[in-house]
Design a binder for this molecule. Structure first.
Ligand SMILES: [Fe+2]
Ligand SMILES: [Fe+2]
Length: 199
C-alpha cells in the first residue's frame, strides 16, 4: 500500500523528473493499470508503482554510484560501468527513505524493473512490461510485446528480455549477467510448462 494519492505522487514527480521522463512515467502507470486489470492485480497499486518506477532516473552517474556504494546496492561491478542500471535499486531505496514507502512489493517492483529477477511477482512483471510497452517507446517488436503482455506475462517477459539482449548486442553494449540469467529462467519455465501441457 502507498499512503499517498495519485495526485500527490504526480506533483512530486512533476517537480523531480524531466518533462520527457514525467510523461513516460504517466504512460507506464496507465499501461500498468491496464495489465493489472487483465491479470487481477491491484490496479491502484500498479498505477502508483508505475508512476514511481523511475524515481531515481536522471540522477547523474557519479551520484548514483555513490548512493549505491554507500548503501550496499551494487550487485555486480558491471553496474559501475553502466550506472544507469542503478536507477532501479537506488530508486527503491530513495522511495523508502525520502517518501516513506515501506510496501516491500512496491519497492521490489521498482528495484527489479530494468533486469527482472528469478522470483518475479505479478506486480514485478507488470511494471517491467509496462515500462517496455508504453506508447511513447519505439523499437522493433514493441507492438508484438504489447499484444503478448496482455495475453501472457511470462511469454512477454521472455520476449522483452530477448529484445533487450538483442538491442545490447546490436549496439555493442555491455550485457549484465542478470539479464541473461533471468532470460534463461523464463525460457526454461515456459519450456517446462509446454512439456507438461503436451503430455
Ligand atoms: Fe527505468
Ligand atoms: Fe521507465
Amino acid at each position: 500500500m502507498i499512503n499517498m494519492t495519485e495526485n500527490e505522487i504526480v506533483a512530486i514527480l512533476e517537480r523531480r523528473l524531466s518533462e520527457h521522463r514525467f510523461q513516460h512515467s504517466l504512460a507506464v502507470a496507465q499501461a500498468a493499470r491496464e495489465l493489472a486489470q487483465i491479470f487481477g492485480e491491484d490496479t491502484d497499486l500498479a498505477y502508483k508503482t508505475g508512476l514511481l518506477h523511475d524515481y531515481a532516473k536522471g540522477i547523474p552517474a557519479p551520484e548514483l554510484i555513490a548512493i549505491a556504494n554507500d548503501h550496499d546496492l551494487i550487485e555486480n561491478e558491471i553496474e559501475k560501468k553502466v550506472p544507469d542500471l542503478l536507477h532501479a535499486p537506488v530508486g527503491a531505496w530513495q522511495l523508502r527513505i525520502e517518501l516513506g514507502i515501506e510496501d516491500p512489493a512496491v519497492l521490489e517492483a521498482v528495484k527489479v524493473h530494468t533486469m527482472g529477477s528469478l522470483q518475479m511477482s505479478k506486480l514485478d512483471k507488470i511494471i517491467f512490461l509496462a515500462d517496455m510497452i508504453e506508447p511513447g517507446r519505439d523499437y522493433p517488436g514493441q507492438q508484438r510485446l504489447d499484444c503478448l503482455a496482455r495475453r501472457d506475462l511470462d511469454q512477454a517477459m521472455l520476449y522483452g528480455l530477448d529484445a533487450t539482449i538483442r538491442y545490447c548486442l546490436d549496439q555493442g553494449r555491455i550485457l549484465h549477467p542478470r539479464t541473461i540469467m533471468v532470460r534463461n529462467h523464463f525460457l526454461e519455465m515456459i519450456n517446462d510448462t509446454n512439456q507438461i501441457t503436451e503430455q
